[in-house]
Design a protein around this ligand. Structure first.
Ligand code: UTP
Length: 287
């Protein structure tokens, strides 16, 4: 079955980015001139996703407003002849069909995914986390979907990270079956370094089979008292094959202040309009 739907869990509290995230979702932080969430929606659309299901929480209204029509702004731009800006604003709302479901309490990523169960239905679907920004030659979730089309099972996006960082991630162990593709044999959420089965970290891109829902329903709160998606995946792996795809591209964890700064600088340096003057500015800074 084709992957048509993507779940975007955006109901987290974003505590690593306080105070900016006190009243604003981290997904709305701008990278150059677009909010983070737009990069991720564009990645999903490039992979053929037809419907996006946002799992939202308190303080996330700005995301709904962003993808909604703003008639007052459109009229103003039209009346003042700013047609290029008008086209840009319309393109955001026309990009893809979106719908929303509320996660009433931030009980964890697994719980957020479960909240989308009714809207997803009985079909495989993608999950994208809005703070992982991935610059890639081909849409990162598109790369996972290609693997899904070959293996017809759950596919996790993974990245090799320095071992000392593995305890910040879900971690997978597995056997290499083809370049950049592993058959998963174990999964652990945020393991201590000395207990980690590998240095392969699960990043914010997944293709999941719908069987995950009934497993999450039975998954008890794990690390941090949250219902962890990794714990549910571990159970799923006992019932079905899971593969992991080491995506091609570069990931920035923009939920982290330093990584967000790095993403801003690197992407500004590559920007067609600002790259050259920004590069000159950086070069002019005292060492
Ligand atoms: P994070 O682990 O990054 O948590 O969640 P967070 O709350 O967003 O950020 P920090 O760590 O406090 O700074 C991973 C993803 O899962 C979503 C988040 O929005 C983020 O995209 N999430 C997490 C939910 O939607 N609901 C939850 O209950 C937890």
């Amino acid at each position: 079955m084709k992957i048509r739907k993507a779940v975007f869990p955006v109901a987290g509290l974003g505590t690593r980015f306080l105070p900016a995230t006190k009243s604003m979702p981290k997904e709305m932080l701008p990278l150059i001139d677009k909010p983070l969430i737009q990069y991720v929606v564009e990645e999903a659309v490039a992979a053929g996703i037809e419907q996006i299901i946002f799992v939202t929480g308190r303080t996330k209204r700005a995301i709904e407003d962003y993808f909604d029509k703003d008639y007052r702004l459109e009229t103003q731009l039209r009346d003042s002849g700013k047609t290029e800006l008008l086209k840009m604003v319309n393109a955001i709302t026309d990009m893809v069909e979106v719908c929303y479901v509320r996660q009433k309490e931030a009980l964890g990523l697994g719980h957020a995914v479960l909240t989308a169960k009714r809207l997803v239905g009985d079909e495989p679907f993608a999950v994208l986390l809005g703070d992982d920004i991935i610059e890639a030659p081909r849409s990162c979730i598109g790369q996972l979907i290609e693997k899904y089309e070959k293996y017809r099972c759950t596919i996790l996006g993974i990245e090799q990270v320095p071992m000392e960082q593995i305890s910040s991630y879900g971690c997978v162990a597995g056997t290499l079956v083809e370049p950049r593709t592993y058959k998963v044999s174990d999964l652990v959420e945020k393991p201590p370094v000395n207990e980690a089965p590998s240095d392969m970290a699960i990043i914010g891109r997944y293709v999941l089979t719908p069987e995950i829902f009934e497993i999450i329903e039975k998954t008890k709160p794990g690390r941090g008292g949250e219902i962890q998606l990794t714990d549910a995946l571990r159970e799923l792996e006992r019932r079905q094959a899971i593969y992991a795809c080491q995506f091609e591209g570069k990931r920035y964890d923009c939920g982290d202040k330093l990584e967000y700064l790095k993403a801003t600088v690197e992407m500004a340096l590559k920007h067609p309009q600002f790259g050259k003057p920004f590069g000159e500015f950086i070069a002019s800074l005292p060492k």
